[in-house]
Design a protein around this ligand. Structure first.
Ligand SMILES: O=c1[nH]c(=O)c2[nH]c(=O)[nH]c2[nH]1
Length: 294
């Protein structure tokens, strides 16, 4: 039996970097979680313990900090591309770089009777902007997937669910008025670089929200498709959208033991289990499986 080394990659995961930009008394902050993963001529490190081809994960972490200082942090896609191209362009043994970034948003704290505070911030909820870049180096193959996660949304009406299979284990009552709530994870792949990653992100995010709010839902699956469709319809630079949406069930509480009716006003927000609805919406080139998403 021949034993061979299969696909491999290595890197520094979850470097937390906070970049403060000082503009006189006014500060701007970027708060990132950066994960780098490199691959290339790594046979000898695995097979012979020869580290000559290895750029240390410690150096990768240091590069993240040094680049934040030298180049600043603008849009996360630009920062990820800068890092990925640097690793592949500067090291002959590194042929491929994967850089994943999560961005946590801080908003300026409002002043009760004056302009917003120049250097005090409040974290804005759980929502996180994300990107995943793969690069073979400047001039080589590249892919950029942008996205968001933990975007928590709710429609308190405008959602029905009926007409489903009724087998011997089905107890769910049909409903023509329920709460629809979810925490959206959305990722979208670009066919090319937009001129402004920030503008492209805002457009896609706005379309996801508008589709969620504006769709009279007959199922979360239908809402998911409409959300992906709306991004593709309005963002020509996007060729594929992937969505994962837990159905955060809200059950109307039976208040009849207390002599009370419940005309869809009091709900139990269940934690788990939850339905998990996942789907891909792509242009007519069809979904692209594979490394861009991994
Ligand atoms: O929108 C829904 N889709 C389902 O597939 C499903 N299944 C379920 O129990 N509730 C729901 N809701």
């Amino acid at each position: 039996m021949a034993i061979v080394l299969g696909p491999n990659r290595y890197g520094k995961a979850e470097t937390r970097v906070v970049r403060v930009t000082r503009d006189g008394p006014t500060h701007h902050v970027k708060d990132l979680n950066v994960s780098v993963s490199l691959s290339g001529d790594m046979d000898r490190v695995h097979l012979a313990g020869d580290n000559a081809a290895v750029l240390t994960t410690d150096a990768q972490k240091n590069t993240v900090f040094a680049f934040a200082r030298k180049h600043g942090v603008g849009e996360i896609e630009d920062f990820a591309l800068l890092l990925a191209r640097h690793f592949t362009d500067s090291q002959p043994t590194i042929h491929h770089a994967r850089v994943e970034i999560e961005e946590y948003t801080w908003n300026r704290i409002a002043h009760q009777d004056g302009p917003p505070r120049p250097h005090s911030f409040v974290r804005s909820g759980a929502e996180t902007r994300t990107c995943l870049v793969h690069s073979d180096g400047t001039g080589g193959a590249e892919s950029v997937v942008s996205g968001l996660k933990d975007l928590v949304v709710m429609n308190s009406t405008g959602s029905e669910f009926h007409g489903f299979i009724k087998d011997e284990y089905t107890t769910l009552p049909e409903t023509d008025d329920r709460i629809l709530a979810t925490a959206v994870t959305a990722r979208w792949r670009h066919r090319g670089d937009p001129d402004d990653w920030g503008r492209s992100y805002c457009e896609a995010r706005g379309r996801l929200l508008d589709a969620f709010a504006g769709t009279h839902s007959l199922s979360l699956q239908q809402t998911l498709y409409e959300m992906g469709r709306r991004v593709l319809a309005g963002c020509p630079e996007v060729c594929e959208v992937r969505l994962a949406m837990p159905n955060k069930h809200h059950f109307a509480v039976n208040l009849s033991p207390f002599g009370l009716d419940n005309p869809n006003e009091v709900f139990h927000a269940a934690d788990r289990p939850y339905g998990l609805i996942e789907g891909t919406v792509a242009d007519d080139a069809g979904p692209t499986p594979g490394p861009a998403w991994e």
